[in-house]
Every structure is written in structure tokens, then in C-alpha cells.
Write a protein that binds this ligand. Structure first.
Ligand code: CA
Length: 163
């Protein structure tokens, strides 16, 4: 299934270029051109990852990051920062950004970062679907139980009973 990337960027040329390159790389792309619109789109559309420009009209990237995390939305965020923005990298990461890319950037570089982060979050999600007790392993996503390494398939109802 295609992943959806939200690009929050007020500079039209950058937003357009990213959209083109991300679509070429096989992603669905949503664009928001200011901070308020960006935050609303994160809440409404639940994207798989957000590319978030730091300097934006109405709400800046830091404020969006803080707001998203206080709403307990776990979407990965990559900050886009111009060299002359006074971006405090430590603060950005503390506010809940997962990574940052300095402008000007190559789309290839951004896509590589996106892939790395999506791979990481996928692994984390898979691991959180697996419960282990002694010689028993339960995969709550696949409705599968393993006892001493032997697979036993369960119905969703049976899974509800034991988890
Ligand atoms: Ca900007």
C-alpha cells in the first residue's frame, strides 16, 4: 500500500519539486502551504510522515511539532530548515521532530531519510504487535499464536479472549 507524505511548505517551488519527486518515488503526496493548514491536515488525513518546513505563515514548524505531540499523534516528522533559520537542532528533536534536513537539499537525500524513518517505524509497529510469555508468542496483528515454535491460527474473537 502506498504511504502518504504530507509536505508543509510555503515556498511553492520547493513544495512542487518535492511533490513531483516523492510521487516518482511511489508516495501519495499532500501539500499544505501554511502552518494552520498543515496542522489541520495532519489531524484530518493522518499521513504516514510529515515534511515540515520550519518558517511558515500562521504557525511555525516548531509550534506544529509541539501541538502534534501534545495531541499524542505519533506521525514521524522531518524538519526542513534553511541555513539562515536559527534552528536549534536539539530543541527541534526535543519538541518531537524525528530528523531534519537543511536547505538547500537534494530530493534524493530527503527520500533516503523518509525511507529510513518509515522502515524504522514499521519495525517498531511490528514488534509492538508481538507479545511473548515463556514459550508462547502471540502476534495480535496476524491472529497467530506460537507454542514452542508451532503455529496455531486463531480467530479474531479468540484473540480478544486471550489478549
Ligand atoms: Ca518557509
Amino acid at each position: 500500500m502506498k504511504k502518504t507524505i504530507l509536505v508543509v511548505e510555503d515556498e511553492l517551488s520547493i513544495a512542487t519539486l518535492l511533490k513531483y519527486n516523492l510521487e516518482q518515488a511511489g508516495y501519495n503526496v499532500l501539500i499544505a502551504h501554511d502552518g494552520r493548514d498543515g496542522l489541520n491536515t495532519i489531524v484530518a488525513s493522518n499521513p504516514d510522515l510529515v515534511l515540515l518546513d520550519l518558517m511558515l505563515p500562521s504557525l511555525d514548524g516548531m509550534e506544529i511539532c509541539k501541538e502534534v505531540r501534545s495531541l499524542r499523534i505519533n506521525v514521524p516528522i522531518i524538519m526542513l530548515t534553511a541555513r539562515d533559520d536559527e534552528f536549534d537542532k536539539v530543541l527541534g528533536l526535543e519538541l518531537g521532530a524525528d530528523d531534519y534536513v537543511g536547505k538547500p537539499f537534494e530530493s534524493k537525500e530527503v527520500i533516503a531519510r523518509i525511507k529510513a524513518i518509515l522502515r524504522r517505524t514499521e519495525t517498531e509497529q511490528k514488534e509492538s504487535n508481538i507479545l511473548t510469555y515463556d514459550n508462547l508468542t502471540i502476534n495480535t496483528e496476524k491472529y497467530e499464536l506460537q507454542l514452542d515454535g508451532k503455529k496455531i491460527d486463531l480467530s479474531p474473537k479468540e484473540m480478544d479472549l486471550i489478549t
